[in-house]
Design a protein around this ligand. Sequence first.
Ligand SMILES: [Fe+2]
Length: 279
Amino acid sequence: MTSQGFAPLTGVRMDRQFFRFEEYLEFDPALVVDVLQGRRFGVIFRDVIPVAAQKEMVAKFWNSPALRRRTGEPSYHVGTYHWNKPIDTYLAESAAETPHVMDVLDVTDSPWHWFRSVLAEELAREGASLRLAEMSGAKACPALIRAWNKEGDFSLEPHEDAAQCRDPQQAGFEAQQVLDYEICAVNMCIEHEEGGRLVLWNIRPDDETRRRLDIEHTGFSYPPETLTDFEQIRLDIRPGDIYVFNGRHVHAVDASRGNRTAVSFLLGYIDDRTVVTWT
Ligand SMILES: [Fe+2]
């Protein structure tokens, strides 16, 4: 190897017992709590979003007056994301976009609503609550509804979700406290045509690796050549599926054709009694 960028990543590899994605046909919030508490890597609940709810959300998404295209990417979204932004910008965008996001999410049997209420009940048994992340009274965006259609080996390039929670531009945002616990990604697939598998690698990169790749506060992206040494999982995703996994591991979406639209957010504990979500 001549390029230093292609040296293998360094970081934490989990044992094979942990690095597994388990499939279920019914939603069980206790399994989500397992992911949140670091006992389980990932879980997918197959076909748990009613077809009528999927269709209604997809129609509202593509017709939303707030539908935006991500600069420089063939990606459309309703809602906003904190990645690589000053926190004031994210919170102002969240306030402005939340009514549009809720309009897409407010359908009969909305998975966003039932996922949160059932998970909140489960957490309450342990004396913990679930809410949106905040800063100075301003709230995080409830969800990002996003369609990625990029061509190439990866429609969403390999990345991890921890680095973005240490961005100095976001000092004081509650999501930064999640780093003391696990960082979990939740995705609800509402539209999916072809391909677009979720790809996960058994590596949680360390700071040295992030600095070398100059992605210390973004975690985006890890060149595929740096990942070849690590065990990987490729998971087929279908409309109606909800999946939750530990976002410290490098993950991506492989080549897809047509629309692949999902409702997503991140979640984690900020203290032993509080779980927050953000986007
Ligand atoms: Fe991610």
